[in-house]
Design a protein around this ligand. Sequence first.
Ligand SMILES: [Fe+2]
Ligand SMILES: [Fe+2]
Length: 178
Amino acid sequence: MSKVTSAEELFKHELQDMYYAEKALTKTLPQLAQETTDSELKRAFQSHLKETEKHVSNLEKVFKQMGEPAKAQPCPGIEGIKKEHDEFVEENGQRGEVLDAFLTGAAARAEHYEIAGYTGLVSKARALGERDAVELLQQNLKQEKEALKKVETISKRILKEASNGNGSTSSRSTSSSR
Ligand SMILES: [Fe+2]
Ligand SMILES: [Fe+2]
């Protein structure tokens, strides 16, 4: 990629980075939904997948408004979060509340990453006077914040269950196996 020398180029660079991250997450979220045996967490991953698909299309609209082709720039940040997840699951992949608690943390890391990304993008779009882009990016940012809140609430409940040792409550399915 050519050197980034202006605020507008920096905005486009970060847009490409986020586009990569969102597309990667459309592949990761179904995997997370598979890995959990907690039905509420599974539903949260599935519904955030739908939102994530919309994030991808909102970013495509922003590219279009900028007169740019939608291009993904490999994003080591989101790859790192994914890698951390993959290694943990490979080493400790026993299904159950400990894995579920881990998955809520992995999801929260991704949401924090996206929130930081979109917060920066919104500021840059605003500074550049790209009002439609501000609107679209804010829609994504709002959903990331809501997704983070939801996963944090679920995390608290799972940790409580894990600490009380009653992992066989109603929201847990026992039928899945690996
Ligand atoms: Fe997203
Ligand atoms: Fe997200």
